[in-house]
Design a protein around this ligand. Structure first.
Ligand code: PMV
Length: 328
């Protein structure tokens, strides 16, 4: 099935209901149990479920309107080159909602400080579908909105909500059962610390690395079983406020994801020597009874997980850590 067929199934666009503007904000998210591997590359259907925490006020704000002649895209006030990969990905997605002869003006503002090392494609596509809903007056529920965001970028389907969010993999070939839903629990003391090592563009996109891993890694066969176990543990940890269980499970899940990348051919390694040094600092801190864990996505920057009570000890060791309170 194609993305266009799914959009046609979910939305009905009528020229006469279009509003002058659509405006929306969506938070970024970090997975505690990762989405790694697709069962359908066109529709971004995952092999397994995943679970994330959203980053509150850190994310993307998008203002959308219609314009003549060509799509105009700005990012943080700067016009984006229409031929570049960022603009092409956006324009191709907007094609799914385009009325003949009409173009979009997309003004995107990232509230994630540039260089914080946090992916913005998830919040970007989530904000974009919410802005599209408002601009085109789409009559759809949040489940369908999550499905539309997934078509832009898999992890974007989780960025429609605050707090802990689960994306259920689903089984249907059209993906109508593959969308995200929020968990009812909150954890105000939870903190995330981003340790920024480099702002350089990564050598492999997560999309390519994910596909190469599922196609060539034998170790990947163990991944779905690991995810099943980790999801159960994370939900128990969240429900019972067991931070050690949450941290241990998230750290082990991230390391296992990277292990499958190392087992891919050609291998994928995102870590820098400094990445490994941070892992070791975290392990040393735990030896000293500091409850800190890490998670890491498809890149070299590390995200620390800890509780508010440990902030001082964390800041002492990680001088340039950027601390986020996901629950405000
Ligand atoms: O949604 P994508 O295609 O950017 O993939 C995200 C993959 C990871 O960030 C590594 C894991 C995740 O669940 O967010």
């Amino acid at each position: 099935m194609t993305r266009a067929e799914i959009v046609k199934k979910l939305v009905h666009i009528e020229e006469r209901s279009i509003r002058p503007q659509g405006k929306a904000f969506a938070p970024a998210n970090i997975a505690l149990c990762k989405y790694w591997g697709k069962r359908d590359k066109e529709l971004n259907l995952p092999i397994t479920s995943s679970l994330s925490v959203s980053l509150g006020a850190l994310g993307t704000e998008t203002v959308l309107s219609l314009t003549e002649e060509q799509d105009i895209i700005t990012l943080n006030g700067q016009r984006v080159d229409g031929a570049g990969s960022f603009a092409r990905r956006l324009t191709e997605f907007l094609d799914l909602f385009r009325l003949p002869g009409r173009f979009f003006q997309v003004e995107t503002i990232n509230t994630i400080p540039t260089g914080a090392g946090l992916a913005s494609s998830a919040s970007g596509f989530a904000a974009l579908v919410c802005a599209l809903r408002e601009l085109l007056q789409l009559n759809i529920d949040s489940k369908s909105l999550s499905i539309l965001a997934r078509l832009g970028s898999g992890s974007a389907c989780r960025s429609l909500y605050n707090g802990f969010v689960e994306w259920r993999a689903g089984e249907l070939t059209d993906g109508m059962d593959s969308y995200a839903e929020p968990l009812p629990d909150s954890w105000p003391e939870m903190r995330l610390g981003v340790v920024m090592l480099t702002e350089k563009e990564k050598p492999h996109s997560s999309r390519d690395a994910m596909n190469r891993t599922t196609e060539t890694s034998l170790l990947y066969k163990q991944w779905p079983g690991k995810v099943e176990k980790d999801l159960l543990a994370l939900k128990t940890a969240i429900r019972e406020k067991d931070f050690a269980l949450l941290g241990k499970t998230a750290e082990s899940n991230a390391l296992a994801m990277h292990a499958t990348m190392l087992d891919a051919w050609p291998p994928v390694l995102y870590w820098l020597p400094e990445t490994i040094a941070i892992f070791k600092h975290v392990w040393e801190l735990r030896e000293q009874n500091v409850e800190v864990y890490f998670t890491i996505d498809a890149g070299p920057n590390v995200k620390l997980l800890f509780l508010q009570s440990e902030i001082k000890r964390i800041e002492k060791v990680f001088k340039n850590v950027y601390i986020i309170a996901p629950f405000g």
